[in-house]
Every structure is written in structure tokens, then in C-alpha cells.
Design a protein around this ligand. Sequence first.
Ligand code: UDP
Length: 454
Amino acid sequence: MEIVKQQNKMNCRLLMFPAPFQGHVTPMMHLANLLYYKGFSITVIQSTYNPINPTNFPSLTFHSLDDGLCEAYSKCPPPDSFKAIADMNSACKEPFRDCISLILKDAAAATDQDPVTCLIADPMFTFAGVVADSFNLPRIALRTGGMSSYVVYLSLSSLHEKGYFPLDETKLDDPVLEFPPLKIKDLPPETHHHLLTNVLNETNTSQGIICNSFEELEDASIARLQQTLPFPIFPIGPIHKYQPASQVSIWTEDKTSIAWLNTKAPKSVLYVSFGSVAAISEADFLEVAWGLADSEQPFLWVVRTGLIQGSDNSYTLPEGYKDIVSKRGYIVRWAPQAEVLSHPAVGGFWTHSGWNSTMESISEGVPMLCLPFFGDQSMNARYVSEEWKIGLQLEKGMKREDITKAIRKLMVEEDGEEMRNRVTALKEKADLCLTEGHSSYKYLDELISYLLAL
Ligand code: UDP
């Protein structure tokens, strides 16, 4: 799928405001690119923390907030994401207001600039709505997670009333009757509810939601949201598939991983990555290492800075491990993930079940081994393993024997083959929905008309 740059300009400028985490930057930048190709002028406003390199997007305009965050947060990822989000919300609000004011003033003064018609913001920035309202600037939210988890979040207060919280440690494996196939342990703990409520509030006061999902994947949740919410929702995903891969990575991608994959047999390699934020203990890191080794499957493993709790940039592999790795393993700091997943040598993805990773895996027909850490990841993993049946989940700790067994199941056993067949069928649906006359394509058209009418 490749959208050709539209010749007729839309004569309006969209402001886009990504939250500074890779899982939020990825879909926002793909969306920015897509809307640029559809004829809009695009200005990206970004924090100084985790910025994307503007030279990767020469057709877009960039503004950097004077937020002081690059000094406050040199470490990446932050040791405490919740505190980081709170800090970012307080540090960015006023610089964001100043930035919007400047952009609007400049646009009004210039005769050769497109008027600014809308802000597309990540609702993790919970002040963007108030600021946009103060300038009478319409605002659309980009939801970077799935729609099924969004429905659950919207129901938190009723789940509270029904007594689900605080989560009962003795009942974690019991079903959530209102949301099959979720289990109680998949629900967000109470300590996360304050942030979730603020983010929901920011989302629900927007004039529309763009979602990186597609109807054929989450039809029931999308239909439910369409009935509940007073504004339109636009499930236009998988957003990264409209354009050829663009440089949306905050960190440098190690392209040698592709050269290494080129030497491997079709569907033989397990790709292992736990996203941009999750961290594991040193003991678990060793179990992962030995589980991979004992599975006897080739693997490409992302050992990112910050992956091991409390460690700096370095990590130590167990003795004798280098030999194993040199024969059939490859370790990188950061991979070109979308390209890796589309490589014919990749036959499975051991993932933390972040929403982008889940969508990228589905889009390439790669079955998953899920190891969720926090946030919506447990819900995503449950849908992958029990609703769509395109993966399995590691649920009983991190013992190397269990890891080895699960990897072999996914990569070489019949169960894994069935998951591969199901996810291939889903990939075909994902490909189809982006084409003329099908769901995401239609929603994208609707989104464009909506933006033009604001
Ligand atoms: N990613 C990447 N290279 C890596 C690991 C991750 O490009 O080595 C990208 C991945 O393709 C995805 C994003 O980082 O788009 C991670 O987002 P996700 O929602 O899966 O997880 P998060 O990092 O937010 O937990």
C-alpha cells in the first residue's frame, strides 16, 4: 500500500502534538506523514524530551517546546513512567500555550500560509484540550492504544461499583464477566486510575478520535464506542501501512539485523523485543537468555538501554553464551522493528504486547509469544491469545524451561502453525481494509472531510 502525494492542496494546516514516548511518537508521525500526503500542511510540536529528528521529515514543519525536559530527563526510558508523565504535563503546559499562540499569530500575519484548522494531540498530554479551547482551536485525539482496552477504561467506574477494585489477589485468575476473555489480573490496578481518568477526560472532550486499529479486528468495541461517544471515531489503522517505512524511531536503528535475517531460512527466526519502556530484573534477563538458547531456535533480540532494571548502558551475558549467540542468535540495541517483522525469515515475535507492536505483528502475519508488563499490555495479550488466538502467553513467571517450551510451541509445533494461519488471515484483512471501498480507507476519507469541515 502506498499513497501517492495528492496534488490538490487542502489549504489548511494541522498541528500535531505527540507524547514523547516511542509508542506514542510512532503512530503520530505515521499519521503526520499520511495527512501530509493527503494534501495537508503539517506542523509537529514536540517536547525536548525524546524528540524525533526533524531532518527525517523534510516536508513537515517542527516546533520544539521550551520545556526544560531534556535537562531534567537525560535518562531514557525514565525509571518511573508515571512520574515522568506527571512532570511532562506540568513542564509542557505553558510552553505549549506560548507555542500555539506564536504559530497562530504567524499564520494570521502571513498571506502565503495555510490557516491552522485543528490540533491533533496525544491525550496523554492532559492540558492540550484546555489550551486549544482557549484559542478556539478544534482538537482531535489520537488514541495510540487499542479500542477494546479503551472500552474497558471507559467502564472503570462501573467496574468499581461492582467491586472489582482494589484487585483481589486471591481471585486474579477469575474472569471479568463483563469483558470476556479478560481475567481480573488483566485490569489496570487502582494506582493507575488517576492518570487513566485524566487521559480519558482529555480524549472524551475532543471533537473526534483517530484510532490505530481496524474494524475487522475490533468490530464489537468500535461499534460500542460509536454508540456511546458523542463524536465520531476514525479507526484508520494500521496507520504505519499506508506509506513505506519512514524514520519514526527516536533511537538509531541497527540495520545489520536485516543483513543477518537475510542469511536465515523463511519463518525460522524468533524476534524478541519488549518495547521502549518495559524493564526486567537481572535474574529474569538471564532466564530469557537461557530460554532462548535452550529453545534451539534462531533469534534476533533487542537488548535496549534500560531493559535491565538498575543497570546502565551495559549488560553481561552468561558464560558460554557468546558461542550460542554467534551460531544462531543476534543481539541489537534497537531494531528497525516494522522492517524486521515484515522480513520473510521472521516466524514469531516474543513481545511485551504494546499496542504498536501488536498491530505491527498482525499487519505482517507474525504470531506472538506475549509477556505483558503494565498498562494495556495485559489486555492486549489476552485478546491476542484468547480472542484472536494468534499467540500464546507466558503467565507463570520467567522460568527458562517454560520459556523454552513456549518458544518451541510457537515456532515449530502444530499449535504455533495454527496461530500462524490465523494471523495470516488477519493480515490479509488488514491489507484489504486499507484499499478503496474498505473500512480503514473509508474512515480515512471521512476523517479528511471532517477535518476540512472544522
Ligand atoms: N520499536 C522499534 N525498534 C525496537 C523496539 C521497538 O522500532 O527495537 C518500535 C516498535 O516498532 C513500536 C514501538 O517501538 O512501534 C513500541 O511501541 P509499543 O506500543 O509496542 O510499546 P511501548 O514501547 O510503548 O511499550
